[in-house]
Design a protein around this ligand. Structure first.
Ligand code: SAH
Ligand code: SF4
Ligand code: F3S
Length: 474
């Protein structure tokens, strides 16, 4: 009898989204309950990432542990999904014959079938086809888990940056239907979602059709989403500098729900390196785009992804990256040492740097990035920000939420009833990975129009008296 499901998820937010869908599918088909302890689970799924070599290596060491688990509880079913599964296919069984099935990011909709087949005695099933339409047509109804959610708007990537495995593991770019996306977000909003992140590897390449048959891009999708009652924050990730159209820039002027925070990967500050990577844009055009956005949203915070020690990157090229960081003052960003991925165009390129030299570049970049992230954080001190309260904090007696620029804030003086509400918070302390702040007031026009605000009145009045007690002025 199968009752419990454990899912280990690595990689990007698309994998997070997929894992939630996997749990929903098996809850519906086999009534499996998701748990956090692999030792107790009857079905174990590993949703993998192959963006860098390390991520790939981790797969077989975790599977080794799951092998022991299966030896002590032989009825356990093990499935491997995600990007390593997509890349390796049945090769996974060579190193891990105890795995029951392997499935790709676009064939997860058949999970109930794979499980049934295992129960019927079928061994070593593999399905790593690229079937995005089939995937989205066969997923259960969306389910909100709190006030924020991700919604995939496209699958795959057709950019083929020379270092990147994604086009091979997730397939070519395919867009989800506009109407389906809007319907999913409507449904989620009715379940209490207030903030949505539109997901894809290259979301600004999105193309669809509005309900009236007009061609739609990411900007029109954002515009429609902003009209869904309850959705008061819209994010998107990841976008690419090349297709960052004027209509998208314009959306920042006309859609207040679109956050003043943008994650726009640049990878390098050197035109020579960008060209070698096949990114298709220059640094000048990147800077110009950001300047256009800052004219509309002077408070825009910018985060990015960087790769150091790409084959052929000289010290001068690297210096250009540092210069770009100084110029644009990127906030909390991701940076990686280049990792050759089999099958990509860059895989065979020679690199004459030692590991020490590569690490040295990464450290220098990360120090600079940390400096600017801290600067952004320090600038927030003693100011008031809108925070979406997402739940109780582990720090005891406080609640946790996020600002528009994606900072986690532990809010003193909030209340359970404020979960899912936008509130103004005075930032009182900067901590290494988060901020601390004090609840000032509810600031949520959507809730103010709704009758259940009555529920909040007592709470808010109580909080207001706290506000006067502290003598906070904002
Ligand atoms: N679609 C997004 C990012 C996808 S992958 C974009 O185009 O920007 C997330 C990040 O992983 C990339 O932005 C890049 O910085 C990093 N990355 C991808 N392939 C890599 C590789 N082979 N080695 C090191 N980092 C890599
Ligand atoms: Fe990879 Fe480039 Fe596509 Fe991003 S745009 S997923 S880096 S190929
Ligand atoms: Fe990793 Fe695949 Fe996402 S390679 S980053 S899980 S698209």
């Amino acid at each position: 009898m199968l009752t419990k499901l454990f899912i280990e998820t690595w990689g990007c937010q698309m994998n997070e989204y997929d894992s939630q869908k996997m749990a929903d599918l098996l809850a519906k088909s086999h009534k499996l309950q998701q748990i956090n302890d692999p030792m107790q689970a009857d079905v174990l799924l590993l949703n993998t990432c192959s963006i860098r070599e390390k991520a790939q290596e981790k797969v077989f060491s975790l599977l080794g542990r799951w092998k022991d688990l299966k030896e002590s509880r032989p009825h356990v079913i093990i499935g491997v999904g995600g990007c390593v599964a997509s890349q390796e296919g049945d090769q996974i069984f060579k190193r891990a014959p105890f795995v029951d099935f392997v499935f790709g990011p676009q064939t997860l909709q058949h999970l109930p079938l794979y499980v049934n087949q295992v129960l019927a005695g079928v061994k070593h099933q593999v399905n790593i086809d690229f079937l995005p339409d089939e995937k989205f047509d066969n997923l259960p109804d969306p389910r909100a888990e709190g006030p924020t959610c991700f919604v995939t708007i496209q699958e795959g990537c057709s950019k083929y940056c020379k270092y990147c495995i994604v086009p091979f593991t997730r397939g070519q770019e395919v867009n989800r239907s506009f109407n389906d996306i809007i319907a999913e977000i409507h449904e989620l909003a009715q379940q209490g979602v207030r903030e949505v992140t539109l997901l894809g590897q290259n979301v600004n390449a999105y193309q669809g059709q509005t309900p009236t048959g007009e061609p739609a891009d990411l900007a029109s999708l954002i515009f429609y989403v902003s009209h869904i009652p309850g959705i008061d924050r819209i994010r998107f990730t990841t976008s690419h500098p090349v297709e960052f159209s004027d209509t998208l820039v314009d959306a920042y002027a006309h859609v207040p729900q679109l956050v003043s925070h943008l994650h726009l990967p640049v990878q390098s500050g050197s035109d020579r390196t960008l060209q070698a990577m096949g990114r298709g844009h220059t640094i000048a055009s990147y800077i110009e785009k950001i300047q256009d956005l800052k004219k509309i949203r002077p408070d825009l915070t910018l985060t990015s992804d960087f790769i150091v020690a790409y084959p052929g990157e000289t010290e001068e090229d690297f210096q250009e990256t540092l210069k770009l960081v100084d110029l644009l003052e990127f906030d909390q960003s991701f940076s990686f040492i280049y990792s050759p991925r089999p099958g990509t165009l860059a895989a065979g390129l020679p690199c004459d740097l030692t590991l020490e030299e590569k690490k040295n570049r990464l450290n220098r970049l990360q120090e600079k990035l940390a400096h600017f992230a801290l600067k952004t954080q320090n600038n927030m001190l003693n100011k008031s920000f809108s925070v979406l309260i997402t739940g109780p904090s582990k720090m005891g007696n406080t609640f946790v939420g996020r600002t528009e620029n994606n900072r986690v804030v532990h809010v003193v003086g909030a209340h359970q009833k404020l979960v899912g509400c936008f509130v103004d918070v005075l930032i009182t302390e900067v901590m290494p990975n988060s901020l601390k702040g004090r609840f000032l007031r509810l600031n949520d026009p959507y809730l103010e129009q709704r009758s259940f605000l009555n529920d909040l009145n007592g709470v808010v009045d109580e909080q207001r008296s706290e506000e006067y007690k502290y003598g906070v002025e904002c």
